[in-house]
Ligand binder design. Sequence first.
Ligand SMILES: CC(=O)SCCNC(=O)CCNC(=O)[C@H](O)C(C)(C)COP(=O)(O)OP(=O)(O)OC[C@H]1O[C@@H](n2cnc3c(N)ncnc32)[C@H](O)[C@@H]1OP(=O)(O)O
Length: 175
Amino acid sequence: MVELFSTNLISPQVLAALPAGFLVRPLSDNDFDKGFLTCLEMLTTIGPMTKAQFKDRFSYLKKHSHEYFTIVIEDTKKGVIVGAGTLLVERKFVHLNGLVGHIEDIVTHKDYRGLNLGLRVIDTLKYIGLKTGCYKVDCSEKNVPFYVKCGFKQKEVEMVLYYDENDKAKISSKL
Ligand SMILES: CC(=O)SCCNC(=O)CCNC(=O)[C@H](O)C(C)(C)COP(=O)(O)OP(=O)(O)OC[C@H]1O[C@@H](n2cnc3c(N)ncnc32)[C@H](O)[C@@H]1OP(=O)(O)O
C-alpha cells in the first residue's frame, strides 16, 4: 500500500479524538477498493471512474505530494472510507512567498454524519496547513454553518466563472 504523503503530518490530537474503530490517514493507492469514490460521490458527481483512472490521478498527486494533501477517515472494522478532504497548498509571491492552504472536497459518508468526523477532517487539514507553513487556510462559502463550527469566519464572497462548451470550442478551433 502506498500512501500519498507521510503520516507524520497527521495530527496526534485528531487521532486520539476519533471514536474507536476509526482512523485518519493519507489517501492510499488501494482506497479505490475501500469505497473512496463512493464516499466522494456524496459530495458531487464523479462519473464512472475506472481503477486505472483513479491510479492515474493518484500517481499525479503522489508526484505533487508537497502540494496535494488528500486525507481519508476509514471505518477500520469494515475497511470502508467514510470521510475525506483535501488541502491544496498554493505557493504565492505575496506575503513574502507565502503559502495558502485551500480546503477542498470535504465529505462525510451519509451513514456516518453527526459523529464529528467532518470536524476531524477539517482539524486534520488545519494541522497539515500549519505544519507545512501556510499562513492561512480557506474554503468555499458552501456550508458556512459547518465551517463556523470548525473555527472559520466568513470573509469574502467568492466569484466563479464556469467555462461552457462554446468557450471550449472557441479555444480548440484556434489551436
Ligand atoms: C470546501 C467544501 O468541500 S464545502 C462542502 C462541504 N461538504 C458537503 O456539503 C458535502 C455533504 N455534506 C457532508 O458531507 C457533511 O454533512 C459535512 C461534511 C458538511 C458535515 O459532516 P459531519 O461529519 O456530519 O459533521 P460533524 O459531525 O463533524 O459536525 C461538526 C459540527 O458541525 C455541525 N454541522 C454539520 N453539518 C452542518 C450543517 N450542514 N449545518 C449546520 N451545522 C452543521 C454539527 O452539528 C456539529 O456541531 P456540534 O458539535 O455543535 O454538534
